[in-house]
Design a protein around this ligand. Structure first.
Ligand SMILES: NC(=O)c1ccc[n+]([C@@H]2O[C@H](COP(=O)([O-])OP(=O)(O)OC[C@H]3O[C@@H](n4cnc5c(N)ncnc54)[C@H](O)[C@@H]3O)[C@@H](O)[C@H]2O)c1
Length: 361
């Protein structure tokens, strides 16, 4: 298939590009690099061993989208492009509505104009808010608690309405739990700007000495060790689900909405200890008061994805920590400082650092 990957230079998008290329799909990335580095493109070429086409564009530009769809024939679109920081969305809701919702409407219109009928969409467990029952299945009440979550819910609804209005249009809405880890080569990974919002990149930066200690918010939740429990999923497992979703859309005459998680909760302290074991580094931490808005535990019921897509996670928490640490230690300051790489020319294979072997905020 020829697949347009919107937001393909970002964390999950870049890993999905690797998974798509490994299955022989032709990919074109469209990204405005608002939250990513162009250096990821060279890394992707090194991993896949093939040249990569990338369009530097913003989904809010209808003209740029029209130009791209006029010159390319896509079989499907995978749509990652969004702003995703909860705190920032509370401070700048209009920016989030404009970027995430307007960008998605433009994309859907461009797809419609070009007759592209298949979409895989990045949604989030955030649409469940504070779930009433665990594990969370897809029938759970939807209840967002911040503007970012609202954009995800609205986009799900827009896509659902379009599926009703146009029976030939099919969408796979994928609700991610907590993606962590990195490609086993250590060449691509999560590269947050500023202070990381998520736990794993924060732990990585403490391990690398970029931050002095981890703050753990609350050790008095009703969980086995008192710290918050989430469903962390290896980004390579998540990436594979997008390939499976595309194949589902191609063969089945149906759309779907599924959870993507392991089905198991891991506490903050369990993740810290697993990381220490995988990295050999100590992670100093301090317990602080609970943060308003945080919930005790959230983990997925991923059985629908298993049934419809034949997908299940394969990589465990050890692999998540090991691969996150490999990425962090090979790129202590992320993509931006790897200046030597900008001068590098040609496509090289990544070092053979070993494959992931074993089996989310
Ligand atoms: N990482 C998580 O924990 C998580 C969890 C649940 C859902 N998601 C969703 O998954 C998707 C990917 O997340 P990620 O962690 O890879 O984020 P990311 O920020 O690393 O990647 C998003 C990419 O989209 C690009 N982008 C943003 N707005 C754009 C626009 N208007 N036009 C073109 N490109 C644009 C950014 O530059 C970036 O490269 C997002 O939609 C996010 O909401 C992420």
């Amino acid at each position: 298939m020829s697949v347009l990957v919107c937001g393909g230079a970002g964390y999950i998008g870049s890993h999905t590009c690797v998974a798509l290329a490994a299955q022989g799909h032709h990919i074109v990335i469209a990204d405005n690099f608002a939250n990513s580095s162009q250096r990821v493109l060279l890394r992707l070429q090194r991993i896949t061993g093939a040249p990569l086409e990338c369009k530097h564009l913003d989904l809010r530009s209808k003209t740029a989208l029209a130009r791209m769809f006029a010159t390319h024939q896509f079989d499907a679109v995978v749509h990652f492009a969004a702003l995703k920081a909860v705190g920032e969305s509370c401070a700048r809701p209009l920016e989030y509505f404009d970027n995430n919702i307007s960008g998605t409407i433009n994309l859907l219109q461009a797809m419609q104009g070009a007759g592209v009928q298949r979409l895989v969409f990045s949604s989030s467990a955030t649409v469940y808010g504070d779930p009433e029952r665990l594990p969370v299945n897809e029938q759970a009440r939807l209840d967002v608690t911040n503007p970012y979550g609202r954009t995800k819910l609205v986009m799900e609804q827009l896509i659902g309405d379009l599926c009703c209005a146009r029976p030939m249009f099919r969408a796979a809405v994928l609700r991610y739990f907590n993606p962590v880890g990195a490609h086993p080569s250590g060449l691509i990974g999560e590269d947050p700007t500023g202070i990381p919002n998520n736990l794993m990149p924060y732990i990585c930066q403490v391990a690398a000495g970029r931050r002095s200690q981890l703050s753990i918010f609350g050790d008095d939740y009703p969980t086995p060790d008192g710290t918050g429990v989430r469903d962390y999923i290896h980004v390579m497992d998540l990436a594979r689900a997008h390939v499976d979703a595309l194949e589902y859309l191609a063969r089945a005459n149906a759309s779907l909405t599924v959870n993507l998680g392991t089905g198991h909760g891991i506490s903050v302290l369990e993740l810290v200890h697993a990381f220490e074991a995988a990295s050999g580094r100590r992670i100093p931490y301090e317990i602080q008061a609970r943060r308003p808005g945080d919930v005790a535990q959230v983990y997925a019921d991923p059985s629908l994805a298993q049934r419809l897509l034949g997908w299940r996670t394969q990589l465990d928490v050890h692999a998540m920590c090991r691969d996150a640490w490999r990425w962090q230690s090979m790129n202590p300051t992320g993509y931006e400082r790897a200046k030597s790489e900008v001068r590098a020319r040609g496509v090289r294979k990544p070092p053979q650092t070993g494959q992931s072997s074993d089996a989310v905020q």
